[in-house]
Design a protein around this ligand. Structure first.
Ligand code: RTP
Ligand code: MG
Length: 137
């Protein structure tokens, strides 16, 4: 089942020079392709749309600040079961709980600065792709 998902390489990944490493892992998965890619800084409005489900939680404001601490790389990735697959490749939210071999498990230690976002469902993917790539068919 071919799907599309929205991925963000968070500001820590960009700052630490891990763009190539992370995109390389995605590209090496059989049959997955990158169908859109852009580096950009995120406005408060864009972030509120993206992370609105977390508004009011204790980590929300620090998350907003972190996500605006530098540019991110936004991508749409397309391929077989890519929504579940990218969540697996990223690993759990807490990098210390993430297995080595996953992106968060290999490179992260801090929950907030966990390198990558990937849509968590088909519904989220459609919603998030519209936020970051409104022109995408
Ligand atoms: P994401 O949405 O970024 O792909 O991450 P996720 O689904 O694994 O985790 P989620 O619960 O949606 O949380 C969104 C992001 O907020 C930061 N966070 N900080 N306790 C904390 O300090 C905390 N909890 C979450 C992380 O950057 C997390 O990825
Ligand atoms: Mg999430």
């Amino acid at each position: 089942m071919s799907q599309r998902t929205l991925v963000l390489l968070k500001p820590d990944a960009v700052r630490r020079g891990l763009i190539g490493e992370i995109i390389g892992r995605i590209e090496r998965k059989a049959g997955w392709t990158i169908s859109a890619l852009e580096m950009r800084e995120l406005s408060q409005e864009t972030l509120e749309q993206h992370y609105g489900e977390h508004k009011g939680k204790p980590f929300y404001e620090p998350l907003m600040g972190f996500m605006q601490s530098g540019p991110v790389v936004a991508l749409v990735v397309e391929g077989e079961r890519v929504i579940e697959g990218l969540r697996t490749l990223a690993g759990p939210t807490d990098p210390i709980a993430a297995a080595p071999g996953s992106i968060r498990g290999d490179y992260g230690t801090i929950v907030r600065e966990n390198l990558i976002h990937a849509s968590d469902s088909e519904e989220s993917a459609i919603r998030e792709m519209k936020i970051f790539f409104p022109g995408l068919a």
